[in-house]
Design a protein around this ligand. Structure first.
Ligand SMILES: [Zn+2]
Ligand SMILES: [Zn+2]
Length: 121
């Protein structure tokens, strides 16, 4: 295999009818993230449509489900459950809320138990 320059290779490819796999590919139109990437790769000026498409693609990335888009209500029992649901460690505020909830519940349980025992008289 002789050492060929790029130009010679191009000529050879043309001669034998080989197609550049990248050439002839449908080019993404402006206003898509692919077009934005293409502009960046080629060092071309980026138009507004492509800029917007890229920003939008980035914004919606990693938020596939509606539950993920819901903000966590920190400092509430619901927030604590939201953390758990996302397999996260609950933040201090939510841990507090949960602790309070558990304490209240056990106090209520104790009170209910006490009432059942006839202690209310
Ligand atoms: Zn563009
Ligand atoms: Zn939280």
């Amino acid at each position: 295999m002789p050492d060929l320059s790029n130009a010679e290779l191009d000529q050879l490819i043309n001669d034998i009818g080989l197609k550049d796999p990248h050439r002839g590919q449908t080019i993404a139109p402006c206003g898509t993230q692919s077009a934005y990437t293409r502009h960046v790769k080629r060092g071309e000026p980026i138009d507004d449509a492509c800029r917007r498409a890229n920003a939008e693609a980035k914004r919606t990335k990693g938020t596939p489900t509606s539950s993920r888009r819901q903000p966590i209500e920190h400092g509430t029992l619901k927030g604590y459950q939201q953390h758990r649901y996302r397999s996260e460690t609950a933040c201090a505020e939510c841990l507090d809320a949960h602790r309070l909830y558990k304490r209240n519940r056990s106090r209520k349980d104790a009170a209910a138990h006490w009432a059942q025992q006839g202690g209310a008289q």
